[in-house]
Structures are given as structure tokens and as C-alpha cells.
Design a protein around this ligand. Sequence first.
Ligand SMILES: *[C@@H]1O[C@H](CO)[C@@H](O)[C@H](O)[C@H]1NC(C)=O
Ligand SMILES: *[C@@H]1O[C@H](CO)[C@@H](O)[C@H](O)[C@H]1NC(C)=O
Ligand SMILES: *[C@@H]1O[C@H](CO)[C@@H](O)[C@H](O)[C@H]1NC(C)=O
Ligand SMILES: *[C@@H]1O[C@H](CO)[C@@H](O)[C@H](O)[C@H]1NC(C)=O
Ligand SMILES: *[C@@H]1O[C@H](CO)[C@@H](O)[C@H](O)[C@H]1NC(C)=O
Ligand SMILES: *[C@@H]1O[C@H](CO)[C@@H](O)[C@H](O)[C@H]1NC(C)=O
Ligand SMILES: *[C@@H]1O[C@H](CO)[C@@H](O)[C@H](O)[C@H]1NC(C)=O
Ligand SMILES: *[C@@H]1O[C@H](CO)[C@@H](O)[C@H](O)[C@H]1NC(C)=O
Ligand SMILES: *[C@@H]1O[C@H](CO)[C@@H](O)[C@H](O)[C@H]1NC(C)=O
Length: 409
Amino acid sequence: MSLTSTVYLLSLASYTHLCTAVDESIFSSPPEHFSLSSKPVAVADSACNCFVTNGSDTAYFAHHGFYDFRSLSQYQGTPALIADAGGTSNAPITSGYFNLTSFTSFWQPQNWNANVSNGSPVLRLNSLNNIYIEKNTDAANTSATWLTLRTARQSTFQSTAEIATQNLTYQFLSMRMLARTIGSPGGCMGMFTYRAPAPGSSDKVQEVDLEVLTMYPRDHVQCTNQPSLDSEGSLIEAATQNVTLPDGLGWDDWAVYRLDWTPHQSIWYVNGQQIANISFQTPRDPTSIHINAWSNGSKWTGSMAPNTEAHLQIQWWEVLYNATATDAATPSVTADDGNGGHSGSCNAVCSIDVDGPPGQAMLLSSSANGGSSGDVGSSKNGGPGGPRPMSLGWQLTALFVVLYAVFFS
Ligand SMILES: *[C@@H]1O[C@H](CO)[C@@H](O)[C@H](O)[C@H]1NC(C)=O
Ligand SMILES: *[C@@H]1O[C@H](CO)[C@@H](O)[C@H](O)[C@H]1NC(C)=O
Ligand SMILES: *[C@@H]1O[C@H](CO)[C@@H](O)[C@H](O)[C@H]1NC(C)=O
Ligand SMILES: *[C@@H]1O[C@H](CO)[C@@H](O)[C@H](O)[C@H]1NC(C)=O
Ligand SMILES: *[C@@H]1O[C@H](CO)[C@@H](O)[C@H](O)[C@H]1NC(C)=O
Ligand SMILES: *[C@@H]1O[C@H](CO)[C@@H](O)[C@H](O)[C@H]1NC(C)=O
Ligand SMILES: *[C@@H]1O[C@H](CO)[C@@H](O)[C@H](O)[C@H]1NC(C)=O
Ligand SMILES: *[C@@H]1O[C@H](CO)[C@@H](O)[C@H](O)[C@H]1NC(C)=O
Ligand SMILES: *[C@@H]1O[C@H](CO)[C@@H](O)[C@H](O)[C@H]1NC(C)=O
């Protein structure tokens, strides 16, 4: 057989494969190839078997949570700072909102304290008095209210705020908040996952952080897979990125901050644009979720001048997550393809990344038999590892090889 006929036969085989690949993709329609010509449909969370994220490390999650602080005028009120340490530590909740089961079943306002220690010169007192629903006083207001977490330097201590989840069962998530930070230098506003080392173990903390440090220029934020300091207190370069916000944004502008923790890495986005990704010491184990406003006068946060304050203001907070607790709403996703994707049992795939109001699940695809919507893309099987159509580049290469073979044979 001549060389050219061999090439011709090979290219025919390649062309056949091309057709097969295209046909397979039409018949099995993997979820990331949703029929984009059909419009996503707004549905209740209960109509979704799973939620898929967009971005550079797409993942599937069983659960969706949404906290909306935009229309809570009946709960609004800014409490005066409490000057003494005892009153700060023992303050009650600031409004009935924080008594609602919808809040307390998920979140727990914190009032622990952290004593002065080596590297931490200021006593830190978390107070329920620093967690409140605030009236929106912006000239161009897009909401009636927001949630504020406040930190303030008092004469003998730093008054701080933190909310943490009741459960320590979150294992991989994508969380987002429409938020901004205002105030004086020396404060740290954080959205993070946290798992303490087991007592007495030599394990390290497992933690993914988004931190707005008010001593930074307004266009910089810090993204970290903790720990970021070694035993000598030096920065571990691979663990943390000090990044610029996109589009000339400052942390004092409203923006959607997003933190994705997947089995492979942590990725940070602002208004949908990736700002950082770190795969070094990505947490593995189930964790809790925290949002806070604090300082301890350390080198990391800086020190706030007496009688200054910084606030984290949040209009809404949203999360997609998997949990180790099986008694949270039962997921219909039953198997893992080992690649952060899902198997065929997620029949109704939803998204919070397509046009729709914040917090609204949008149905992208549902199975042909049993799907609740007829005009969305249909998917039977397959996952992120499913067949893909051959790219245009490869099609042209195959075509060229065929023409070459025909011409020279
Ligand atoms: C919250 O609930 C507790 C217990 O029922 C009650 O004592 C307290 O007054 C409530 N606080 C507010 C601000 O509604
Ligand atoms: C902080 O120090 C005080 C006084 O020494 C002590 O009573 C308290 O238990 C300490 N708190 C913590 C959290 O270590
Ligand atoms: C103060 O903050 C720094 C930086 O996060 C941390 O290393 C240190 O342990 C903190 N100290 C206390 C007592 O929380
Ligand atoms: C903006 O504030 C005004 C005055 O408080 C209020 O009447 C209006 O409803 C607010 N807008 C929104 C979107 O909540
Ligand atoms: C991060 O960058 C900002 C702006 O250059 C700088 O002020 C800050 O000190 C940096 N932080 C760290 C930990 O290097
Ligand atoms: C992902 O969705 C967000 C909205 O959640 C959007 O802002 C962003 O542009 C989308 N990214 C891509 C790559 O489509
Ligand atoms: C993560 O960041 C590295 C550089 O730090 C880059 O090479 C890689 O492509 C990034 N991965 C993703 C998924 O963005
Ligand atoms: C938290 O755990 C409890 C008990 O396991 C469970 O009933 C609840 O659904 C969990 N909540 C979330 C938000 O996962
Ligand atoms: C979430 O759980 C589902 C069901 O087990 C699984 O298919 C999916 O890959 C998980 N997502 C991540 C990011 O691990």
C-alpha cells in the first residue's frame, strides 16, 4: 500500500470518527452543552436536582441558599457602639430579624473573644451589637436596607462582628455576596470557609479567605488558602494572592464577590471576572462558613486608630454547596464521575449564573421524560467527560488530509 493511500485511509477513519463524535454529542447532549438557543426558565429550588456553576472550574452542587437583606425596613436600626467591654460581649441581638428561624437555622452570630497575645496586641471582642440591618442611605439606592457587620476601635479593645454557619458540614461550595466595605484603615472584612485543626493534632487549619483589608489601597483585596504565614511569620507565597479588582472597582463600590471552593482549587471572582485561583493547600474536609469584620492590631490587619470604624455592608448573600449531612434536603444526584461533575441522575440542572434576579434558580436542562419544562435543552446522560464535537481546527486538518490524499493518489 502506498504512503498516500495509507494517509487517505487514516484520514477516512478520522473523518468517520468526526461524524461519530458529532452524532454522539447530539444524542447525549452533556449538560455543559445546554441548548443555549432555548431560554432558561425561572423555577423553585425544589424543581432543581442540582446546580451548575459557570467559570473556569465548573462544578455541580446539590444545595442552594439565599439571604436577601434588601427589603428589611421593619428590622432596620443602627445601634450605638457600646463603650465597655462587658456590655459589648454580652449585648443582645439588634433586631427580630436575627431571631427568625430562616436566619437562625443557618447562621449563628458570634460573641467569642480573642485575648491579647504575641502578634495580636489588641483585645478582640465579637459583639451581637455589631450585626444589624441598616437603612440604605445612598443617594442612588437600589435597596431599602442591607446587613452591616461593624468593627470599631474602642479605648481598650477592638469591637468586632462575625456570623458563622450552624453546621460544619459544607464540603465544596460557590458563595457570592453583593457587598462593599467602607471605613478607616486597620480593619479586615472577610468571607471565608474555616475548619480548625483537631485539638492536639499537628494538622493545619483548612481555610479559604476573601479579605478586604482597609489599610490596602481601595483597588486591592487578598485571596488566601490558609495558612499564609509560616512558623517564622513569613508569607507563604503559594498560599495567597494580593490582587487588583477588575474594571477600576474599589472595595468601597458595590460588587458581587464570589469564592468557589472545588476539589481542585479555590477561585475568586468579582462581578463575574476571575481575579485569583490557588490550588496550593486547597481544603479537603467539611467546614463552616464565616463572614466577619475585625482587627486585632496585628501586622496582617494593621491597627485601627481610636474611635474609627469599618463596615462590611451586604445586600444579599448566596451559596451553592454540597454538605456531608444527609438530612439537608435530599439531593437527587446519586453518583460522582470523580471529576467534580455528576452522573446521569441529575435530570434537572439549574443555574444562578444566567440572567435572572439574585437568588432565583433558573432551569437549564431537564430530562426528556419527566422534565418540567418543554422548551429547555434535553439531557439524558453524560457529564463533563462526555463526548464533544471535533473542533473546527481538527475538521479543517482532516479535510486537508483527505484532499491531499485524493490529489496525490
Ligand atoms: C429574640 O428571641 C428571644 C427569645 O424568644 C427574646 O427574648 C428576644 O426578645 C427576641 N429579640 C428580639 C430583638 O426580638
Ligand atoms: C482572656 O483573658 C482573661 C483574663 O486573663 C481570661 O479570664 C479569659 O478566659 C481569656 N479568654 C480567652 C478566650 O482566652
Ligand atoms: C491576629 O491576627 C493574625 C493574622 O490573622 C493572626 O496570625 C493572629 O493569630 C491573630 N491573633 C489572635 C489572638 O486572634
Ligand atoms: C430608596 O430610599 C427611599 C427613601 O428612604 C425609599 O422611599 C425607596 O423605597 C428606596 N428605594 C428602594 C429601591 O428601596
Ligand atoms: C498588597 O498590595 C497592596 C498594594 O500594593 C499593599 O499595600 C499591601 O501591603 C500588600 N499586602 C501584602 C500582604 O503584601
Ligand atoms: C458567570 O456568571 C456571572 C453571573 O453569576 C456572570 O457575571 C459572568 O459573566 C459569567 N461568566 C462567564 C464566563 O460566563
Ligand atoms: C490558575 O492560575 C495559574 C497561574 O497562577 C494559571 O496558570 C492557571 O491557568 C489558573 N487556572 C485556572 C483554572 O484559572
Ligand atoms: C445542618 O445540620 C442539621 C442536622 O444535621 C440538618 O438538619 C440541617 O439541614 C443542616 N443545615 C444545612 C443548611 O445544611
Ligand atoms: C456535589 O455532590 C454531587 C453528588 O454527590 C456530585 O456529583 C458533585 O460532583 C459534587 N460537587 C463537587 C464540587 O464536589
